[in-house]
Design a protein around this ligand. Structure first.
Ligand code: AMP
Ligand code: MG
Length: 466
């Protein structure tokens, strides 16, 4: 049983369309996240999971809807996107809060434009893996409840087996949701969304005399902290469009994302990101850019005087870069095993970035305290020879244990993800489950998952996964 309570459908009329998922013709459960189902208070058999999370049957109480949203995609505004291949089944209320249960890849909706509404097994399992890893290392993220193969073939560059992902999110309210209504001049809807966001994600703000500026501040704070955590992990989202930025502060929409191996700030994996807009080192800039788009939609709520409202908004936007920098420094202190705060920490971290160009991002931090295993990661160890004594002096006693607790040994390395998804597409789920087990205990050494890609894996490219 799933006890639904559908506040979006109830409280936000005019922001969605009612539409049922396509029934999968021959559903087969590929993976079910039983611990997550338990945490959400769901009681279901595997057969129910297979049917409910593939659209083959609607769980009682579901009220499937497709949400409207717009978005800046690679900098250009699309006034109408919306759930073109996703259906929000409803929400569940747990002691930890309210969560959406959404199907992705579950068929066409009025927002599908030219798309088929479907998804392939590979990209849905990729989202499952990466989101579960993010959760395991404590990064705010949507979760994955199940992936069900539909038994239907879909066409991409070639014929591929189709699948549906059941996704769990604090909500699917995006920057782009606000943009959709702001662009249409529907100020009442923008206000209704802001009130909904406050009630659901920032309830402490509800008492404020004007809660909308604090709302912007709160989203800035959560998103700055989030992107700093991504940077610490070497995570590259790949499509940081405004429709893929959640008001809750969770990482959302794992498409052509991947983890950087050798440290290079310009790293891009996505085949569609020709300009490198969403390159690793650009993510903090895009954070500010996207939040400016959110601020624009809220400006009328800040102050009756437009000039004053814009001034207030601009002031907040100027604060994003220093805020992010502070969050990044917090992340780096942890990654470097530093206790407390020292004025020299920022310089120490910046100098490390200079010294580790080209070495494995993940293992470098993991091995800082062990020069014998650190050295082989580098082609040129000169800068590290100068840097390490400074770090040792600052980090002091117990640094090795702190490094091991702060820096994962296992990340979803691209060659291992690719191997797992290729096998799954060919019907063999064993590599997927082995990788999943390893990334769910990311601080435990687990060869071969710990090791960088063999030379010859080449320049990794991810595809949009549509
Ligand atoms: P995404 O790149 O997954 O963030 O999606 C961007 C937009 O394209 C959203 O409005 C999606 O619903 C839509 N979309 C992506 N893939 C498909 C598809 N296969 N069919 C219909 N709409 C899609
Ligand atoms: Mg999206």
């Amino acid at each position: 049983m799933i006890q639904f309570d559908n506040s979006w459908a109830r409280d936000l009329p005019g922001t969605f369309l009612r539409v049922a998922p396509d029934p999968a013709p021959a559903p087969r459960l590929l993976v079910l996240n039983r611990p997550l189902a338990d945490r959400l208070g769901l009681t279901l058999t595997e057969d129910q999971a297979r049917d409910w999370f593939s659209g083959a049957a609607l769980p009682p109480g579901a009220d499937p809807i497709a949400q409207a949203y717009a978005g800046h995609q690679f900098g250009g505004f699309s006034p109408q996107l919306g759930d073109g291949r996703a259906h929000l089944l409803g929400e569940v209320v747990t002691p930890e809060g309210r969560f959406d249960i959404q199907l992705k890849g579950s068929g066409r909706t009025p927002f599908s434009r030219g798309g088929d509404g479907k998804a392939a097994i590979g990209p849905m399992l990729r989202e499952y893996l990466i989101s579960e890893f993010m959760s395991a290392v404590g990064v705010p993220t949507t979760r994955s409840l199940a992936v069900v193969a539909t038994g239907q073939e879909i066409w991409r560059e070639t014929k591929l087996p189709g699948a549906v992902l059941a996704r769990v999110a604090a909500s699917h309210l995006r920057v782009g949701t606000f943009q959709f209504f702001a662009a249409r001049g529907e100020a009442d809807k923008v206000k209704a969304l802001a009130d909904y966001a406050i009630a659901r994600h920032y309830p402490d703000l509800a008492q404020a005399e004007n809660p909308y500026l604090p709302l912007l501040d709160a989203v800035i704070a959560r998103q700055a902290a989030l992107i700093a955590q991504w940077m610490g992990l070497g995570f590259i989202h790949g499509v940081m469009n405004t429709d893929n930025m959640a008001i809750s502060g969770e990482t959302i929409d794992y498409g052509p994302c991947a983890f950087m191996e050798a440290y290079a700030p310009g790293t891009v994996f996505s085949s569609i990101d020709h300009q490198g807009r969403y390159a690793y080192a650009n993510q903090p800039l895009i954070l500010g850019w996207n939040l400016a788009r959110l601020a624009e939609t809220l400006v009328p709520l800040f102050d009756p005087s437009q000039d004053k409202a814009i001034e207030i908004a601009n002031d907040r936007l100027t604060g994003i870069a220093p805020r992010y920098r502070a969050e990044w420094l917090t992340v780096m202190r942890r990654k470097l095993g530093l206790l407390g705060e020292d004025d020299g920490d920022a310089q120490l971290a910046d100098d490390l970035m200079e010294a580790i160009q080209g070495s494995d991002w993940t293992l470098t931090f993991r091995r800082l305290a062990d020069e014998a295993t650190l050295r082989p990661l580098f082609n040129d160890f000169k800068k590290m020879e100068a840097w390490l004594p400074r770090w040792r002096a600052r980090a002091g006693y117990g640094a090795a244990q702190r490094l091991a607790a702060a820096n994962p040994a296992v990340i979803p390395r691209n060659h291992k993800v690719e191997e797992a998804l290729t096998a799954a597409t060919d019907g063999d789920m064993a590599p997927f489950h082995a990788l999943l087990t390893a990334i769910q205990q990311p601080f435990t050494e687990a060869e071969p998952y710990t090791l960088p890609a063999p030379t010859g894996f080449g320049q990794y490219v991810t595809f949009c996964g549509t």
